[in-house]
Ligand binder design. Sequence first.
Ligand SMILES: Cc1cc2nc3c(=O)[nH]c(=O)nc-3n(C[C@H](O)[C@H](O)[C@H](O)COP(=O)(O)O)c2cc1C
Length: 274
Amino acid sequence: MNKKVKSLYFSATDTTKKVITKIAETLSENIDNKRTINNINFTLPEVRNKPISFTEDDVVIVGVPVYAGRVPNVLLKYLNNIKGNGAIAVAVVVYGNRNYDDALIELKDILQSRDFNVIAGGAFIGEHSFSKKLAQNRPDEKDMKIIKGFTDKIYVKLSTENNYDSVVVNGNKPYRQYYKPINKYGVPVDIRKVVPKTNSNCNECKLCVSVCPMGSITNEDVSIISGICIKCGACIKKCPNNAKYYDDEDYLNHKVELEEEFDYRREPEMFIGE
Ligand SMILES: Cc1cc2nc3c(=O)[nH]c(=O)nc-3n(C[C@H](O)[C@H](O)[C@H](O)COP(=O)(O)O)c2cc1C
């Protein structure tokens, strides 16, 4: 099989990256492809400024995290400019153990509209961006075995079929509205304006500046957030000194509620057709 395996993903706290890398590496090994995998990580803003296109020879493993039950809306412009040119794609979403709602069907639809042939899809679980205990350390070893099994099936499909039907995945159409958290009185709240604070542990190492997917943390003074904050968790979870935190009451209430309500293990769902 003369296919080139490529990966394309956004991953602020690296859970999507782990899932996508495992699929891409396993598939490449199965194909016995000695070529290095071309990984396009579009987490940082400068990468999203570059146009991107694929060819019919490519198998592209595409992954995004689920934000509010959907494909993160800050990524739509980038995704809607990719040129698939008939490449095969595997659509993957990674969610924090609540639900992936309509994110997978939305990602599949976007890829199809960009001229990709989407032959498989999967929804996997990753540690929640807001929490260090909700879906803690996932994807874990059990997930990795499931991901390998899924990838082996993709390989069989690729090596035995020439014409692929578009895969059917779970999700509603029209898509549900973006999921909204509620406060302790049950009233929906808007946490979009919430930004992280900086405590005295900060030694100005600037790591947070370099990992912010929105380029919103000011280099001269990292306590100043100059652009939008998507609450992706990168500056909080990657800070070596635990210097970033949220103190917004609605945000913290939502985080605790998620930790309590979804304190059970959800398992990956995969779609690969007949
Ligand atoms: C703004 C925002 C909204 C999120 N919404 C959901 C959601 O609707 N359902 C869910 O289960 N997880 C949700 N998550 C959690 C992420 O999908 C999950 O932690 C994912 O593994 C993060 O991927 P990453 O490590 O590649 O950044 C949300 C995270 C953020 C930052």
